[in-house]
Ligand binder design. Structure first.
Ligand code: SF4
Length: 184
């Protein structure tokens, strides 16, 4: 196990912090480690990208390997929102309500071209990307993205969860980001 504070080390252990029968580390690194390995996804799937997500959950790709087999369809018990498929403008407020019901800290993945930018549906009825209504942490490109890409996106969220400062959610910058979306 590495003793250095880098993104790959599972636990941060400063030099001279490990002895016979004990070790010391930082609280934020332990909490980050726990959050990273206990993400509960909420799949918000509306169309074809959702089918690709089903493949990601199935035996061959098996997102459960990352501790994510517990799909939470209850926003209050989930911390990773995965949005897959075309989101119509009518559905936008529903998606935002789901996001608002999730407790902090929460992370959002826009999976596929439609969720990220409206995709090929540049029409009056389709939202041109979910970041018009809620903040997005990771975008997964593709129409549809392969399961490997979805897994890669989930691992990027894990990285964010692992390395996020415990103070980030209380910082003025974060509050400012939320206020841009009319969220208090
Ligand atoms: S990005 Fe492509 S595959 Fe995914 S929902 Fe849109 S049209 Fe379907």
């Amino acid at each position: 196990m590495s003793k250095t504070d880098n993104n790959n080390s599972p636990i941060y252990m400063p030099d001279d912090s490990v002895g016979k029968g004990y070790m010391t580390t930082r609280l934020d690194r332990i909490i980050g480690l726990a959050r990273k390995n206990s993400l509960w996804p909420l799949p918000f799937a509306t169309s074809c990208c959702g089918i690709e997500f089903m493949a990601t959950m199935a035996a061959h790709y098996d997102l459960g390997r990352f501790g994510m087999e517990r799909l939470s369809f209850s926003p209050r018990q989930s911390d990773m929102l995965m949005v897959m498929g075309t989101i119509s403008k009518k559905l936008g407020p529903v998606l935002k309500e789901v996001y608002l019901q999730m407790a902090e800290p929460r992370w959002v993945m826009a999976i596929g071209a439609c969720a990220s930018s409206g995709g090929i549906f540049d029409t009056y009825s389709v939202l041109q990307g979910i970041d018009r209504i809620i903040p997005v942490d990771v975008y997964v490109p593709g129409c549809p993205p392969r399961p490997e890409q979805i897994i890669d996106g989930a691992m990027k969220i894990q990285e964010l969860a692992h390395n996020e400062s415990l103070r980030r959610r209380n910082l003025p910058e974060y509050q400012e980001l939320l206020s841009k979306y009319g969220i208090k």
